[in-house]
Design a protein around this ligand. Sequence first.
Ligand code: FES
Length: 109
Amino acid sequence: MPKITFIERDGSHRDVEVPAGTSVMEAGRDHGLDIEGACEGAMACSTCHVIVDADWYDKLEPASEDEEDMLDLAFGLTKRSRLGCQIEMTDELDGLTVALPKDVRNMLL
Ligand code: FES
């Protein structure tokens, strides 16, 4: 199963293994990380905002226009920001490293 390393807000690292096809948002949420996924992956909340490690960012499928639009509204946007619900884990992404941003903005509120 592919592994994801999450860098939490306090800087600590958490490795989780998930079946291929699981999104980064689901992986984090299922393992008790502080990632909300308030809209369940409908690209309507940005609470699944993650910052992808520089070594991994270019290996991901590019963000769709809708994802870019939602990210523009995310708190603490960076050049390597993505919506965790839009990154689907594959065996090729084994070892993917993402950081949780310092804060999130929930567009559903
Ligand atoms: S879970 Fe809402 S945008 Fe990803």
